[in-house]
Design a protein around this ligand. Sequence first.
Ligand SMILES: Cc1cc2nc3c(=O)[nH]c(=O)nc-3n(C[C@H](O)[C@H](O)[C@H](O)COP(=O)(O)OP(=O)(O)OC[C@H]3O[C@@H](n4cnc5c(N)ncnc54)[C@H](O)[C@@H]3O)c2cc1C
Ligand code: FES
Length: 288
Amino acid sequence: MQNDIVDVVANRPLTGGHFVLELYAPRQAQATRPGQFAMVRMLEHSDVLLRRPMSIFDVRASAANGKAARNGAALEIIQLLYKIVGRGTRLMALLKPGDQVELLAPLGHGFFEEEYLAVAQASDEILHVAGGIGIAALLLPARQIARAGLRQRLFFGGRTRDDLVGTEDFENYVEEIVLATENGSKGHQGFVTAPLEKYLAGHPNERFLLMACGPWAMLRATVDLARRYGHACLVSMENRMGCGLGVCLGCSIRVEGTGHAAYERVCTEGPVFCAERVIWEKEEIPKI
Ligand SMILES: Cc1cc2nc3c(=O)[nH]c(=O)nc-3n(C[C@H](O)[C@H](O)[C@H](O)COP(=O)(O)OP(=O)(O)OC[C@H]3O[C@@H](n4cnc5c(N)ncnc54)[C@H](O)[C@@H]3O)c2cc1C
Ligand code: FES
């Protein structure tokens, strides 16, 4: 993990207030593993003190080295796929080539091959399930799984068609991309878990590994389906974060265990967890 001041190479707008930010960060790009994230701090904005966590969407060679990179040459660019939701991301959207940000990366415990590949290989197919900007955590794992020669499929849901960004990057890796929007503007109308359930119900004799990232409610519904149909499931969580370094405990979630062992930090033990270990019922805060 390195904390560097890095240059913006590009900041490309997509639909629905989404952007792809490219940062020149060779040391961090080369150290990145699938499912890890970065903390971005906007320089010269004292009102946005906290770094903002962003999944590392992709790592690439710079355009000048693009040809060489396909042959395994050095990765230099970190890509973040983000959506404007507040002050920090609004400022990110104003970044232009040559500007600088502070980048702390790579962070967290991601989709690590040595932990899931045996389960993936024993499965008939890997099902990625993304809700909204959760898609950003799944491209690097999809590439890793494609390299292992395994079959995979993407289920991707958003509020409207404008939320369904980044899908073209998955096309080389997955058999099919199943889309859903809450307003029916693209794909199935409703939550992404509806076509997912239909697929699981239609393939009762197949074994799947589910990899999901998105809002809490979507993750919970996905985990319920995995449990009901008897499939393994890994989730990448997007809890709000303070430090990103395991110090403030602000990102803690409840997991199986007692005492201190009943809490784990999304920034350090996560963001990827085995779904079975997470306690999905929200804790009632006692009234005093
Ligand atoms: C591990 C991790 C990976 C993430 N990856 C991405 C990514 O790849 N792309 C991306 O666009 N976003 C990602 N996020 C969410 C992103 O960090 C927040 O959207 C961002 O910090 C908001 O900053 P802001 O200053 O614009 O908004 P704020 O002004 O801080 O908040 C604006 C609104 O967004 C809500 N919000 C803020 N943070 C979160 C969060 N973590 N989850 C849900 N709602 C939130 C607030 O409750 C508030 O309603 C990730 C979060 C985590 C923890
Ligand atoms: S964000 Fe501070 S401990 Fe995780």
